[in-house]
Design a protein around this ligand. Structure first.
Ligand code: BTN
Length: 254
């Protein structure tokens, strides 16, 4: 595990690691107190005041025999691992497909506050998955209005050393099971912690296309099935999911 006071992005550092760093265990973890160019999904940035969260990346050597589809599960596993660690810390966190770690507002379950984000990237011989988990971030420090943190959700521990170690160990544990051939069992557990299944959603796809319907399933490849009001189903492999409120039933004449 490499801990740095400052770097551009722990994902970038992890992607630059020489292969030799991964040969002993097959993995390495890079954590930083401060990132100057934190990266987010879909070309966005990730900002967090130094010390207010944990920002780390896990670099994994990718076995040559591994089916490409299993590599696509890595970001989902990371979200699931982090949500599990938050639950063990007393916060009922969920995964919003594909990998945001969120907490629903008890009065409006379509209103989700984000605890952690995940970004997976591919190197020549490795895969890197980075996690930004808000720990002691206050409402005033929140970079976006829907951000929340473990402290704001009443977590029992804010020990960042423990959190980074527990999250990295959970990611490695799930990944080891996938590589060993248990992807279907892991994805079954994913479905239990994925709050998107059953929700009314709008999907913003990378090309700008929007799709609306109910999220009806996540398959063993980690793809999301959306079923339109007319009953047409579409498989989505990437995009931003917005949970929306179900449409009001039409008013019936008295
Ligand atoms: C997102 O929700 O958009 C993903 C955010 C991922 C942020 C983490 S912080 C550690 C790692 N290094 C980065 O540059 N990004 C990820």
């Amino acid at each position: 595990m490499i801990v740095m006071p400052e770097c551009d992005s722990t994902n970038a550092v992890a992607l630059r690691l020489p292969d030799a760093e991964l040969t002993t265990h097959g993995w390495a973890v890079v954590a930083a107190e401060k990132q100057t160019a934190g990266r987010g999904r879909l070309g966005r940035t990730w900002a967090s005041p130094p010390g207010a969260g944990v920002t780390f990346s896990v670099a994994l050597g990718v076995p040559t025999h591994l089916p490409a589809a299993q590599l696509g599960l890595l970001p989902l596993l990371a979200g699931m691992a982090v949500a599990g660690v938050c639950r063990a810390d007393g916060v009922t966190a969920w995964v919003k497909w594909p990998n945001d770690v969120v907490v629903p507002d008890p009065d409006d379950p379509a209103d989700l506050a984000k605890l952690a984000g995940v970004l997976a990237e591919r190197g020549a011989t490795s895969a890197v998955v980075g996690v930004g988990l808000n720990v002691s971030l206050t409402a005033a420090e929140a970079p976006v209005p829907n951000a929340t943190s473990l402290v704001r959700q009443g977590a029992t521990s804010l020990d960042r050393d423990h959190l980074v170690a527990a999250c990295a160990a959970a990611i490695l544990g799930l990944w080891t099971r996938v590589v060993a051939g248990s992807a279907a069992a892991v994805m079954s557990e994913f479905r239990d912690i994925c709050i998107t299944i059953g929700a009314d959603v709008e999907i913003h796809q990378p090309g700008g296309h929007r799709l609306r319907g109910q999220a009806t399933a996540v398959d063993d490849h980690g793809h999301l099935e959306i079923t339109s009001e007319e009953g047409r189903s579409t498989i989505v492999t990437a995009g931003d999911v917005i949970h929306v409120r179900p449409p009001e039933p039409p008013e019936l004449p008295l």
